[in-house]
Design a binder for this molecule. Structure first.
Ligand code: PMP
Length: 367
């Protein structure tokens, strides 16, 4: 039987062990006689699932005690509105937020934030076709911004921050807000350098439907009057992410993924695997005259590797042959075209090797 490797950008591959455990527990969770889907979110069974998921995530990311971990809904895109609704109120109205524009996902964040305040594009990689992260020294930050927004990994463009942005003197105290949807848990981060970290779960965490927000305590309680209560981080935090019904099943699966990640040795250990996986694929691309990756070397994403066939007339044949080999969902995002291999935590290096082997053979037979 062909081994399947799923390179989807998200919803994405999950660890097989997690899916097997979920299948085994589907009808009867731990002798409770109920599926997790059927449990009251306020009952002791689900409360224990929720508490374990939160504390495991806190441990995995070494989240300091003065940060809350919130489990919300709405995905990364809803956060594009929820962030300004919660943070613009820190400053006299109309407030300004600074953005570092690195590609497709920041573009959406910028557009949405404009509904709630002023936007200053402090740096942009647009002129380069979004193939770099603007260096910190080039950021033209406002003096009194409500926050500074970055997307630490541009899932579509394949561009990643390999440095922790420090803000400080030239912004006053503007906190950094990072959209880590496609980066979270893939590498060690210093949470204390950020004011807010958010992300949809459907890449490295679990199924779609759960949104993670990690927020420093002093940033709670500034919501604009227009902010829906269910998205007011202070209200959500005061209610332990139970103000409204949380996405219970997605939280349960996320909890299983966190336990799986701990068994892998945690984030530092998975980061080493992710480095090795990315190196394998990028080294192959760089040595090839059949394929091409356009991102500057020191800004390349470890999670999402976009690439092009230099002769794009082979695209359809490439995708069909890849599928035949069990290498699924490699088509690039429609806005950039080409191909994209997303190689999240649950993708083993064997999957990347299988992709490289296939690409090598395809190149030889189509050169
Ligand atoms: N930000 C980033 C970096 C993403 O990759 C995505 C989804 N791919 C989003 C935001 C939007 O997330 P959602 O579809 O969950 O709203």
């Amino acid at each position: 039987m062909t081994t399947i490797y799923n390179f989807s950008a998200g919803p994405a591959v999950l660890p097989k062990e997690v899916l097997q455990q979920a299948a085994a527990e589907m009808l009867d969770w731990h002798g409770s006689g109920m599926s997790v889907m059927e449990m009251s979110h306020r009952g002791p069974e689900f409360m224990s699932i929720m508490a374990a998921a939160q504390s495991d995530l806190r441990e995995l990311l070494a989240v300091p005690a003065n940060y809350k971990i919130l489990f919300l809904q709405g995905g990364g895109l809803a956060e594009n509105a929820i962030v300004p609704m919660n943070l613009m109120g820190r400053k006299p109205q109309p407030a300004t937020a600074d953005f570092i524009h690195t590609g497709s996902w920041t573009a959406k964040s910028i557009k949405e934030a404009r509904k709630y305040g002023n936007v200053n594009i402090a740096a942009s990689a647009e002129a380069s076709g979004f193939n770099v992260v603007p260096v910190r020294a080039s950021w033209n930050l406002s003096k009194d911004a409500a926050y500074v927004h970055i997307c630490s990994n541009e899932t579509i463009d394949g561009v990643e921050y390999h440095f922790t942005p420090e803000v400080g003197d030239d912004t006053g105290e503007a906190p950094i807000v990072a959209d880590m949807s496609s980066q979270i848990l893939s590498r060690v981060i210093d949470v204390s350098k950020y004011g807010v970290i958010f992300g949809g779960a459907q890449k490295n965490i679990g199924p779609a439907g759960l949104t993670i927000v990690i927020v420093r305590d002093d940033l709670l309680g500034h919501a604009l009057p227009c902010c829906p209560s269910a998205f007011d981080w202070k209200i959500v935090a005061d209610n332990d992410s139970m103000y409204n019904t949380p996405p219970t099943y997605a939280i349960y699966i996320a909890g299983l993924v966190f336990q799986w990640l701990k068994r892998q040795g945690g984030v530092a250990a998975i980061e080493q695997k992710n480095i090795a996986k990315a190196k394998l694929l990028y080294d192959f691309l760089d040595a090839s005259d059949f394929y091409l990756n356009r991102i500057e070397k020191d800004c390349r994403s470890r999670m999402n590797v976009p690439f092009f066939l230099r002769d794009e007339t082979h695209n359809a044949a490439f995708l069909a042959a890849a599928k035949e080999r069990g290498l699924l969902q490699i088509k690039g995002h429609k806005s950039v075209g080409g191909m994209r291999a997303s190689i999240y935590n649950a993708m083993p290096i064997e999957g990347v090797q299988a992709l490289v082997n296939f690409m090598q053979e395809f190149a030889s037979s189509h050169a």
